[in-house]
Design a protein around this ligand. Structure first.
Ligand SMILES: O=c1[nH]c(=O)c2[nH]c(=O)[nH]c2[nH]1
Length: 303
């Protein structure tokens, strides 16, 4: 159309979903802040859009680095952390008129072990789902009845008490051995009862507590070892459980290298990576109970 001009309208840009975890290890009672931080800068970025001129573009990578660098000083609250970041970006250059920092903060509670909140083992608040799969084949007293109980989305984390070393190395191995790392997983578990007449809530609570206490209490040399300890604890605690199947994604937390910014990082600031992840799966079973394939038919299992 004659006289028409096309122009850039409202715009903003930034780094979305920076998963920063900050651990305070200044006492044996560790604390943990777990954030998902998204930054957006507003201002005059017209030349970048219309001419490919990046002179005004504070790289989103720089924004991400700033999040990790600021976390080095500790994170008192999402609001205070957001204000510090937003003020920093908004004042960084005269062409930046404002900054929006969106933060999701994930709550963690200490895992109670023997009724006492653990010093360095946590479970994430919310998101957990209890599951049950019941199968009845036939009718009347001769019916074949199976009850599977379970849970999914039980996210747990230890800030210490986890090592991983002694694995074979070949030309493709770059992973450093570690004697102290964060160990985190989202537990999916299903277990099979040998009885169809139980106090279900008590049985469920007992198995869940066993899983949590074993995760917290096991000094882990591998997530595989934690898996076995968790399954073993569930079976030991409840003789009505014949087998338990566990699927444990290894939710990796990588220590963030801050040296490029002149900062050390003595096990404080981590990047929580969502993928790829190790996936550790296994069954822990008793040898005095026959297998029951019918109980698992049609139920997405792990192995
Ligand atoms: O606990 C672990 N088990 C593994 O099999 C494994 N593999 C890996 O790279 N890291 C880890 N951690």
């Amino acid at each position: 159309m004659p006289g028409m001009t096309i122009r850039l309208g409202r715009n903003q840009y930034g780094k979305a979903e920076v998963r920063v975890v900050a651990v305070d290890r200044s006492s044996a009672r560790h604390t943990l802040v777990d954030l998902n931080v998204s930054s957006s800068l507003r201002g005059d970025f017209t030349a970048a859009h219309t001419a490919g001129d990046n002179a005004h573009v504070v790289a989103t990578d720089t924004q991400k680095n700033t999040v990790f660098a600021f976390a080095r000083d500790g994170i008192a609250s999402p609001e205070a952390f957001g204000l510090r970041l937003a003020r920093h970006f908004a004042g960084a250059h005269d062409w930046i008129t404002g900054a929006r920092i969106g933060i999701e903060s994930y709550g963690w509670s200490r895992i109670p072990v023997g009724g006492r909140p653990h010093d360095h083992a946590f479970s994430r608040d919310g998101g957990e789902v209890r599951t049950a799969v019941v199968t009845v084949d036939g009718d009347g007293p001769d019916a074949d009845v199976h009850v599977l109980a379970g849970l999914t989305g039980l996210v747990v984390l230890k800030t210490t008490g986890s090592e991983f070393w002694g694995f074979p190395r070949d030309r493709y191995t770059t992973l450093a051995e570690t004697r102290d790392r964060i160990l985190a997983t989202a537990v999916t578990a299903r277990w099979r009862y040998t009885s169809a007449d139980l106090d279900w809530d008590t049985a469920f609570a007992g198995a869940r507590t066993a899983l949590l206490e074993a995760f917290a209490g096991t000094h882990s040399l591998a997530l595989q070892q934690s898996l076995y300890a968790m399954g073993e604890a569930a079976l030991e605690r409840n003789p009505d459980i014949a087998e338990i199947r566990l699927s444990l994604p290894n939710k990796h937390h990588f220590l963030q290298d801050l040296s490029a910014f002149g900062l050390d990082n003595p096990d404080i600031v981590y990047h929580a990576d969502d993928r790829p992840y190790g996936l550790i799966e296994g069954t822990v079973e008793r040898d005095d109970v026959p297998p029951a394939p019918a109980a698992w038919e049609g139920t997405p299992g792990f192995c």
